[in-house]
Design a protein around this ligand. Structure first.
Ligand SMILES: *Cc1c(COP(=O)(O)O)cnc(C)c1O
Length: 388
């Protein structure tokens, strides 16, 4: 293959579009080890379930092909539960199929819930975004939207998310409805692995290719054992007869089923053994490394960049997040207006090895260098390019 394949320097963060970041130490070895042997995939996912349960405090877990796939499987789980006929019919539904979501939580990734067959019922008004209001969705609005067709409540976690998850969980509990939380990009802090489950969420998704530094095509779903069992049944390959299948009973309890579903709606986002083993190794490393060490590693890259720029910085440059070990520190470059920022970024992206920086929707004059995907050998060329 004598073709030239262009590469980039990704200083924009763990974006899927830019191939995410380098794998955590041990991940590639775990994937290589997976390659040396064979597994029964139900046994492998049952093992993953126990590892994910340990790391998250959830009853069970599943390695998925990304957080978005986790959302599709979560949707399939709350729509079908353990009803095999319903599993086979998805995305068509004849039972409860509505998932309530605050308008301010809507985003492109919730397409995955709709792909499973859910209808999203919107509530609330994100007034602060207009600058005219101070209120967002309120707990009573969730309560008021609940009816016989409600299957679940969907909540997108972020530092700014309103209302509080604990208030949404209380309402869902009162109506025996599951709460699905999208926490795809909510690591670090590592405490978030347990926070949403601890608050009472029934299913939580995390991306494996972001700060976890697992395979870019992996993620994890964790939560209640019966819902994870449903998700697994709709994701695992089902080309087997009921009487000949013996999955670990703590993961898939066949006594609760009349028979097996056919290939489920989640079969199209299958995971391979390499991704399962890689994700588990990444999870181990993420927990073991801890926030302070991880933050210090990123901060050192940021400081090297700021020091390296010295007086040749193209504009005002500073490190943000240097004292909060629960966040990702970044180098902020604030230009006097949006055009200058655009022009500077375009110059970087037209280099023989294009450099991508992070942009911020509400602050177009700001460019940031995110250290999470930078390799050591990329830092010097990055500094030289920023001096241009
Ligand atoms: C990144 C992201 C996803 C998708 O995660 P993948 O692992 O790439 O599928 C979903 N939701 C939110 C909020 C995200 O930031």
């Amino acid at each position: 293959m004598e073709r030239d394949l262009p590469t980039i320097i990704n200083a924009a963060g763990t974006l899927t579009r830019l191939s995410a970041g380098p794998l955590a130490p041990g991940v590639l070895q775990a994937m290589a080890l997976a390659d040396e042997t064979s597994y029964d995939m139900a046994v492998l996912q049952a093992h993953a379930s126990r590892c994910i349960a340990d790391a998250t405090g959830a009853q069970a877990g599943l390695v998925t092909s990304g957080a978005a796939a986790g959302l599709l499987l979560a949707g399939a789980a709350v729509l079908a539960r353990l009803d095999v006929r319903r599993m086979n019919n998805l995305p068509l539904t004849d039972g409860p199929d509505e998932i309530i979501v605050a308008r301010g939580h809507r985003n492109g990734y919730d397409h995955a819930l709709r792909a499973a067959g859910a209808k999203l019922i919107e509530i609330g008004l994100p007034e602060p975004l207009s600058g005219a209001g101070i209120r967002d969705a309120e707990p009573w609005e969730y309560e008021a939207a609940i009816g016989p067709k409600t299957a679940a409540i969907f909540y997108v976690a972020s530092r700014l998310a309103q209302p509080e998850l604990i208030d949404v969980v209380a309402i869902a509990r009162a109506h025996e409805l599951p709460v699905i939380v999208d926490a795809a990009a909510e690591l670090p802090p590592a405490a978030n692995l347990r926070r949403f489950v601890g608050t009472g969420a029934d299913l939580v998704v995390f991306s494996g290719g972001k700060a976890l530094r697992g395979p870019a095509g992996a993620g994890l779903l964790c939560g209640r054992a019966d819902l994870i069992m449903s998700a697994a049944l709709q994701n695992l390959d089902m080309d087997i007869q009921f009487s000949r299948w013996h999955p670990p009973a703590d993961f898939i309890d066949l006594a609760r089923l009349p028979g097996l579903p056919r290939q489920g709606i989640g079969r199209s986002c299958k995971v391979g053994k390499h991704d399962v083993m890689g994700l588990l190794a990444a999870l181990d490393h993420f927990v073991a490394e801890g926030d302070p060490t991880r933050h210090a590693r990123w901060l050192s890259i940021c400081e090297t960049i700021v020091d390296g720029l010295g007086s040749s910085a193209p504009t005002e440059v500073k490190v943000s997040g240097s004292s909060d070990t629960e966040c990702v520190p970044v180098v902020e470059m604030r230009f006097s207006d949006r055009d200058l920022a655009d022009r500077f970024h375009r110059t970087l992206m037209e280099l023989p090895t294009p450099i991508h920086l992070a942009r911020h929707g509400f602050e177009p004059e700001l460019l940031t260098v995110n250290p999470t995907c930078l390799r050591e050998h990329e830092v010097e060329p990055l500094i030289e390019a920023l001096k241009l």
